[in-house]
Design a protein around this ligand. Structure first.
Ligand code: ADP
Ligand code: MG
Length: 723
């Protein structure tokens, strides 16, 4: 029999998870932010003038005064040493979508045999990791492999605990010699600045004379799977590709809907307790947790924060989850589709903009005046999403997310907006223009002084829309569970910057020309909804009729990554990002190239794994089973008993199919594609993916035939239901 899988099952049964709970000394309120070099810590430890200077940078985006960097570095070092840190690391977010860090010791030899803890302002604010092996999409020549990291003052430093030694982590941007972005943070910061600037113009038009700096907020909802590590380690596909490349559908799937919001299993609750304690220490406001739709699937949603901080925290959350899951004998899977035929995982990006002074601009507010402002901001979203739907689609494009989008469990690849009945109705009326007189229930005149107050709760929900208004924010639901939220947030912020700029300019011009402000707002809203209203869709996004209807409306349906990525290098897209100083053309081309490379790399790894597991794990098991049947037939015949040959055929047919599919896959992997990014990506899509599917079809058929004690891989049943 096959021992790997059967041993794994035994080990799972014998496993005793560690207990986890908040001890008295670690009450959630006590430990929150304990390991963060927070504003409170800075206020306590920095000279007043230094503190004021750094706060001006954080709150108003002022340049950091280099003169204060030394003072901050010194205070930060003392604090970190007290927290047991021996090293510091510049943490950055390269275009692999992962987090990278380069560690250096605080201690420098003094030449007399001793060492002293040193940390200069320059070391805090700038680092120079050897960057040659991070993807750059042609931005760096190999002879100029240098990249620089620079401290992002708006994201606080923190101490990361590890039983083997603590590290002071400094969130940084990562740029090339020539200042071009090699990471996800740099464009996010640039785009949020652009959006803030134009949002402030709108606020001024609505009478806020001196608006505070407007920032983006983001609340990411993270879905993930947990599987027992014994099973995980017995599945080379999960281990190396993050998803199962084989596996027949279990007899019991998610049909019963008995997992969603069900009781959280005890062992998983222990894991959640432990992660939350670690997240609290790091100042990450973990809030909601619950079971998700699929068995073994869960969700965590931290409270929303400033976009840039939320993005950093999100990355930190994922690595914390991975670490703590291991401690509890489980593996945390962030892949968008670890199990075929089972619900996939997304990462809903809830976003809004505003500041402490005005709150979220997507809250209707208590007065008609605020309501008109609210409608203007909503119109900006509608216009931006319609105009740049392709870019939003491209911002969530990856080989892994392709398994999820449009699969009747996640929003379709068609980008549309859900407004809810009430807001949709308001815009329908606005579309008819200002020429109406009554402001009763039927029609209304939009104007600062005449708009009725809207209730804040839209009341209805729609889970099938990729971009939904949810009462005080918009929720972008297409992002994949594995990706950083920085990409989608950068795109949203940039298209918002352009829309807000357009609106502000139109209104400023109208007012300067002597047009009444109310009338100008009314006319502009009408124009926008008439030109861009096609993107508003309140129906069922999973329905078969929607793609047909969407096509009539002229909305794109970019089904796969390779359909979506070219959106990045269209003329209007490149102009948009260039105008708002988020990406220059070279940077856009580099993102496009990297998108192709990552797509081909991901599928390439999966294809090689499929070939290896199919040939060395599944085929031998099936052949053993076939041999047993053949021997059995032989034995029966020798005993003079009439033997059925049908069972032998039953297993031989899929075995032959598997052999021939493996041969095709092997050929496809050996094909020379010319090593150019687009060619490789197309080859992955057109040759590798279909060949892998054929291998899987035969292998999954065999799983249902081969004797259980011979089957080598933990089954879906085992991985999903034993926790
Ligand atoms: P639901 O499942 O209803 O979508 P959750 O509570 O799971 O809601 O998650 C909602 C997410 O939206 C949380 O991260 C929350 O902090 C975030 N959120 C709430 N209000 C805002 C806002 N104004 N801007 C951005 N994010 C917000
Ligand atoms: Mg949600």
């Amino acid at each position: 029999g096959n021992t790997v899988r059967l041993n794994a099952i035994k080990d799972v049964e014998a496993y005793v998870p560690p207990s986890a709970s908040f001890t008295d000394s670690e009450a959630p309120g006590e430990i929150f932010g304990e390991n963060v070099f927070s504003q409170v810590v800075m206020q306590k430890r920095l000279p007043k003038s230094v503190y004021k200077s750094v706060m001006a940078t954080i709150e108003h985006g002022a340049m950091l005064d280099p003169l204060v960097a030394d003072a901050i570095a010194s205070a930060m070092k003392d604090w970190a040493l007290e927290k047991g840190a021996t090293h510091y690391a510049h943490v950055f977010y390269p275009l692999t979508g992962l987090t990278a860090e380069k560690h250096d010791s605080f201690f420098e030899p003094m030449g007399d045999g001793t060492a002293l803890a040193e940390f200069a302002g320059k070391t805090l604010t700038q680092g120079e990791p050897d960057a040659s092996s991070f993807p750059n999409g042609g931005l760096r020549n190999t002879f100029e492999a240098r990249g620089y990291t620079g401290w992002d003052v708006t994201s606080p430093a923190y101490v990361l605990e590890n039983p083997n030694g603590n590290t002071l982590c400094i969130p940084t941007v990562f740029v090339s010699m020539t200042g071009e972005a090699l990471d996800h943070k740099t464009p996010l910061l640039r785009s949020q600045q652009a959006m803030g600037t134009h949002a402030e113009r709108i606020l001024r038009l609505f009478g806020h004379e001196n608006p505070d700096h407007v920032v983006a907020y983001c609340g990411p909802e993270q879905e993930y799977f947990l599987v027992d590590r014994h099973f995980f380690l017995a599945r080379p596909d999960l281990l190396n590709a993050g998803r199962t490349l084989f596996g027949a559908k279990p007899p019991k799937g998610q049909e019963f809907d008995d997992h969603y919001f069900g009781v959280i299993p005890e062992r998983v609750l222990g894991f959640m307790m432990d992660t939350e304690r670690e997240l609290f220490k790091l100042g990450i406001p973990a809030k909601t947790r619950h079971n998700e739709v699929a068995p073994g699937q869960f969700e965590i949603a931290p409270m929303f924060e400033r976009g840039n901080l939320a993005a950093d925290h999100q990355q930190l959350l994922m690595s914390t989850f991975k670490t703590i899951a291991k401690k509890h004998g489980m593996e945390c899977l962030f892949h968008e589709k670890p199990f075929q035929g089972v619900n996939g995982s997304g990462k809903h990006v809830n976003f809004s903009l505003g500041n402490a002074q005005v709150g979220s601009v997507f809250v209707p507010g208590d007065t008609p005046h605020e309501n008109a402002q609210f409608l203007v901001f909503c119109a900006a979203v509608i216009r931006g999403v319609h105009k740049y739907a392709g870019l939003l689609r491209a911002s969530v494009a990856s080989a892994t997310n392709d398994h999820r989008l449009g699969a009747n469990e996640a929003p379709p690849a068609i980008i549309s907006i859900f407004l809810g009945d009430q807001l949709a109705d308001v815009f329908e009326q606005i579309a008819k223009g200002p020429a109406t007189s009554s402001k009763g229930k039927g029609t209304m005149v939009i104007g600062v002084d005449t708009l009725p107050v809207l209730p804040t709760d839209p009341g209805d929900r729609n889970r099938t829309s990729p971009f939904a208004f949810t009462g005080n924010r918009f929720e972008f639901r297409a992002p994949g569970s594995m990706q950083t939220v920085a990409g989608p947030m950068t795109t949203i912020s940039t298209i918002m910057a352009e829309s807000l700029d357009y609106i502000a300019t139109a209104l400023e011009t109208a007012v300067a020309d002597g047009t009444d402000f109310d009338e100008a707002v009314q006319a502009l809203l009408t124009e926008i909804i008439n030109e861009h209203g096609a993107v508003v869709f309140n129906g069922d996004g999973y329905a078969d009729a929607w793609p047909i209807e969407a096509e009539k409306r002229g909305l794109a349906n970019l089904k796969t990554t390779l359909d979506a990525l070219p959106e990045l290098i269209t003329e209007p897209a490149m102009e948009l990002f260039e105008n708002y100083k988020v990406f220059n053309h070279r940077e856009m081309h580099s993102r496009y190239e990297i998108g192709l490379e990552q797509y081909a790399l991901t599928i390439g790894v999966e294809a090689r794994l499929t070939l290896e597991i199919g040939s060395t794990v599944i085929l031998p098991a099936a052949v053993r089973h076939q041999t047993e049947i053949a021997l059995n037939i032989g034995a029966l015949k020798a005993a003079g008993v009439e033997a059925e040959t049908a069972p032998l055929n039953e297993v031989s047919v899929p075995i032959n199919a598997l052999r021939s599919a493996l041969a095709t896959l092997k050929d496809a992997l050996a094909t020379d594609t010319g090593h150019e990014a687009l060619g490789e990506a197309e080859h992955a899509r057109d040759a590798l993916l279909p060949a892998m599917a054929a291998v899987r079809l035969a292998a999954d058929a065999l799983e249902e035939i081969v004797a259980d004690d011979l089957w080598p891989l933990p089954t879906y049943q085992e991985m999903l239901f034993i926790l």
